[in-house]
Design a protein around this ligand. Structure first.
Ligand code: HAM
Length: 436
């Protein structure tokens, strides 16, 4: 049998890396400027961390999407299906409620769900995740949403849609769920099996049904936003007012519900056109009550996550320029056997200043230049008997064709100057793309 990657997992090849880092760097820059600190938590946790947090009725549990296993010590462990539970477990474990409040944490890395694989839906996928813990102020909800939009804008992604709703307080949710049960139970046999199951465990999720028959049945019904108590309503209005004040566009979605059970009040998603059945780039909401559910003090919080794969897909669909892999500054070509070690040695020294590569065997000038070109180098450096005798390298600019004979001792200064000129161009480009 040919060995292959497991279904739903993907290799990230060298050519994919620049755009991947582009996304993470943009998040780091935008979130960092807002005082969000990075936290890295383990990829697996005790199963209880997720079982306590995501809720019994959450899709992850209902659909048995978690990768849970016993290790050799008989501990029940789970590969994280999301970041929130692990980050909050760390918040409690390290007593972060005593830190200046709110504590703003971001993370990135892999997450795992045993899902039906399709475009944009994988078993190992990757998220950028934000949590703002310790404040119930609606301005924090608005800031979280605005930061999400800012990251996408810094990436050059336009035309995304923020859908803003509220699932209310637990009492609102209970009232709404009771309303849905009353409305739908008489039609239970007409519902799809998935929706029947949801009606039993987490009625709100029926609103997300894909089945056309189910959708027709729920279409005339009220939405969670119609069931908010005055405090929940005031919170929702205040979040919206901040977004309005900052000019962050959003659509009110009275029917927004999320696949995880821990949300209270604010719930939102960001969508992009044309990335397949799973159009949500990301989503999140408020989760007051979750920290205490994990054994910590009663502190509120809000957060979101986006799927890196989905954001990259959206960037490609929208034909937004993403960085291409860069080649070396210089590719050295030894033109006789004696020059092989010397070319490699020059490369070793110049690597203190820039990326430099070399051929590993003697190459005729023509073939050597072709190698240099294929490596994506900006310059080729030819080194033969004559150059060695003169103590120079024949440097050719591969774009313009201009040639010069550079003394070996001048090469480090030359490399420093060329590398910093290139870096300046990149820095200017990325600052320009962050501009509002
Ligand atoms: P979520 O909606 O389950 O929320 O996931 C957020 C995003 O992760 C999705 O919108 C999607 O882009 C990506 N994603 C989820 N599952 C997959 C998958 N199987 N394949 C590819 N991408 C996927 C959460 O995870 C919450 N923890 C967000 C949050 C943070 N809420 C509060 N704080």
């Amino acid at each position: 049998m040919k060995l292959r990657a497991v279904k739903g997992t993907n290799d990230r090849l060298p050519a994919d890396q620049p755009r991947w880092h582009h996304v993470i760097d943009a998040a780091a820059r935008v979130l960092g400027r807002a005082g969000v600190q990075e936290i890295t938590t383990p990829v697996f946790e005790f199963a209880e961390v997720f079982e306590r947090s995501v809720g019994e009725a959450a899709d992850l549990v209902v659909q048995k999407e978690m990768y849970t296993f016993d290790d050799r010590g008989g501990r029940r462990l789970t590969l994280r299906p999301e970041f929130t539970a692990g980050v909050l477990r760390a918040f409690v474990e390290h007593g972060m409620h005593t830190w200046p409040s709110p504590v703003k944490l971001w993370s990135h890395g892999p997450a795992f769900r045993a899902e039906n694989v399709q475009r944009g839906r994988y078993r190992q996928f990757h998220q950028v995740n934000l949590e703002i813990v310790g404040t119930a102020a609606p301005v924090a909800d608005a800031e979280a949403i605005a930061l999400f939009a800012d990251v996408l804008r810094a990436l050059g992604l336009r035309g995304v849609r923020v859908a803003l709703g509220s699932v209310g307080d637990p009492s609102d949710r209970a009232a709404y769920n009771a309303y849905l049960r009353d409305a739908l139970e008489p039609h239970a046999e007409a519902l799809s099996e998935t929706s029947r199951e949801r009606l039993r465990l987490n009625p709100m999720r029926v609103l997300d049904a894909k089945d056309p028959g189910d959708r027709a049945l729920v279409a005339p019904l009220k939405r969670p936003l119609d069931f908010l108590n005055p405090e929940s309503r005031a919170h929702f209005d205040a979040v919206a007012a901040s977004l309005d004040a900052w000019g962050v566009p959003y659509d009110v979605d009275p029917g927004i519900v999320r696949g995880l059970d821990y949300y209270r009040r604010t719930a939102f998603e960001i969508h992009a056109e044309g990335i397949g059945a799973q159009s949500a780039l990301g989503g999140g909401g408020r989760y007051d009550g979750l920290v205490s559910q994990l054994g910590g003090p009663d502190v509120p919080g809000i957060g979101w996550a986006f799927g890196i794969e989905r954001v990259l897909d959206a960037l490609i669909q929208a034909e937004v320029a993403v960085p291409a892999p860069e080649g070396p500054l210089l590719f050295l070509v030894p033109m006789d056997d004696e020059a092989v070690t010397e070319a490699a040695g020059i490369a070793r020294e110049l690597r203190a200043h820039a990326r430099v590569e070399h051929a590993y065997v003697r190459r005729a000038a023509g073939k050597g230049l072709r190698d240099a070109d294929r490596s994506g180098a900006r310059f080729a450096g030819l080194l033969g008997a004559r150059e060695r005798a003169e103590g120079v390298v024949q440097v050719k600019d591969l774009a313009s064709g201009a040639e010069s004979r550079l003394p070996l001792r001048d090469l480090p200064d030359w490399a420093v100057a060329e590398a910093s000129a290139a870096q300046e161009t990149t820095a200017t480009e990325s600052t320009a793309s962050d501009a509002v």
